[in-house]
Design a protein around this ligand. Sequence first.
Ligand SMILES: [Zn+2]
Length: 184
Amino acid sequence: MCSLERFKIDLKSLIDETTVLDFDLDDQFFAALDGSEVRQGTLHASVSIRKATGFFELQFHIEGTVTVACDRCLDDMDQPIAADNRFIVKIGTAYSEEDDVITVSDGEDSGCRRLEGKAILDTSWLIYETIVLAIPIKHVHAPGKCNPAMSKVLEELSADRSSDVASDQPVDPRWSALLKLKDK
Ligand SMILES: [Zn+2]
């Protein structure tokens, strides 16, 4: 079981003006997070943390491949991802997220455990959200690479749908006139 502890950063322990952390993400990362959108993948995440006056600036760069369901045939497909994201993190009295400004509680982690003298930022969900946002809205296999059985069913369905459209045509006005007479 992959522990997510290594993604938790004590902001108060950062000494250098800029700290760069590198993470290799694999299926165990996604299993440990248990998010619904992505369950498998192999990616590299680079997190750069810059200390500024009163806040921290975090830059994420993530590259790799995630496994997602193809929109057309629902089989797994590999989706290449390259994503950049930026967050501002402040240390405050309680945890909050507002747009791209995150406040971490001074002396607590996100599970509200007392951690005297620390301010813990859990980057695992920020990394996950960055990956999810980078998945194209429409993701399908390359032409001809979809599951062949499913492709056949889909072709039949789309043929059915076009004949449905024909029967949805507005009723011939002469027929409506006759129906009105019949109702009287
Ligand atoms: Zn497909």
